[in-house]
Design a protein around this ligand. Structure first.
Ligand code: F6P
Length: 319
């Protein structure tokens, strides 16, 4: 292999730049030519390629977002579009592709190899932590720290005014961010897609806490379970707290990556190049029991990563 390319795709996640840096520097060390594809699959179709070298990725590790930029590319669900992408890669003599992104992006990568015979390696990058077979994806840790910081601040003002805050966090299909941030901030409750919510029981729990002398109340809601407004409507008249709503939104996707995310991204980036150049493609790099290992892309994508219910129980037990 002489020339490979790297792209970031789908929702950005802090640490993607650290992964790009590791891919580029390790590829250069191995004597490869490396191209960056800007704006994910949309950029691939537009032939938006830039040559990268050791120096061009200097100073990007600590940056949030992705310097390669990203996009969601709905057209990539079509086989003809993927065939076009493969012929563009061929035209540019790109022999292998590293895709950093979430589930949709990894699906695109899987089809590129399965149907179009483009060797691909995936790196899981998404704040949602909803990709199977890897303990963590790049961006999850930074996102959690951002959410925790925000909730701590809300607790300060909640206590001063004896209010309840309903905090909506990201997670369309996964309650991971809500559960872990709720657990480590001592929130009264988390409302997540995986567990049906019983507002009566939730309100009674909050009332009991109040009777015990608690002067604030935090409920963390995953966007995929309910909107913060709905939860507030169900709780406000039952709990006797004045209620405020905070929707954290895309602030959860930004910011300088934590040490954990930089390290994970660096390890996965190097391992991705190593696997690709050894001819071990059609894999995603995964973190399993502290080790970075290759796992088959199709295996990953046919599974749905379930939420570890022990975390949900722990959050309930300790709040
Ligand atoms: O997949 C990551 C994620 O941040 C989800 O948590 C969220 O629901 C979604 O992306 C938002 O996507 P967009 O930025 O395209 O609105």
């Amino acid at each position: 292999m002489k020339r490979i390319a790297v792209m970031t795709s789908g929702g950005d996640a802090p640490g993607m730049n650290a992964a790009v840096r590791a891919v580029v520097r390790y590829a250069v060390n191995k004597g490869l030519e490396i191209y960056g594809i800007r704006r994910g699959y949309a950029g691939l179709l537009d032939e938006d390629f830039i040559p990268l070298n050791f120096a061009s990725v200097g100073g990007i590790m600590e940056k949030g977002g992705t310097v390669l930029r990203s996009s969601r590319c709905p057209e990539f669900v079509r086989k003809e579009t993927r065939a076009e992408a493969a012929s563009i890669l061929k035209k540019h003599n790109i022999e292998g592709l590293i895709v950093i992104g979430g589930e949709g992006s990894l699906h695109g990568a899987m089809f590129l190899e399965e149907e179009q015979k483009v060797p691909v390696v995936g790196i899981p990058g998404t704040i949602d932590n909803d990709i199977a077979m890897t303990d963590m994806s790049i961006g999850v840790d930074t996102c959690l720290n951002t959410v925790v910081d925000a909730i701590q601040k809300l607790k300060d003002t909640a206590s001063s005014h004896e209010r309840a805050f309903i905090v909506e966090v990201m997670g369309r299909t996964s309650g991971y961010i809500a559960t872990v941030s709720g657990l480590v901030t001592g929130a009264e409750a988390v409302v997540i897609p995986e567990v049906p919510v019983n507002y009566e029981a939730l309100a009674n729990k909050i009332l009991r806490e109040r009777e015990r002398g608690k002067i604030n109340c935090i409920v963390v809601v995953a966007e995929g379970a309910a909107s913060a407004y709905t939860v507030a409507r169900h709780l406000e008249h039952r709990i006797g707290y004045e209620t405020r709503i905070t929707i954290l939104g895309h602030i959860q996707r930004g910011g300088s990556p934590t040490a954990f995310d930089r390290l994970l991204a660096s390890r996965m980036g190097v391992a991705a190049v190593e696997n690709l150049t050894r001819g071990q493609s059609f894999v995603m790099m995964a973190l399993q029991g502290g080790k970075i290992v290759p796992v088959k892309l199709d295996e990953v994508l046919k599974q749905k990563k379930g939420l570890n219910m022990e975390l949900v129980e722990l959050a309930a037990l300790l709040s």
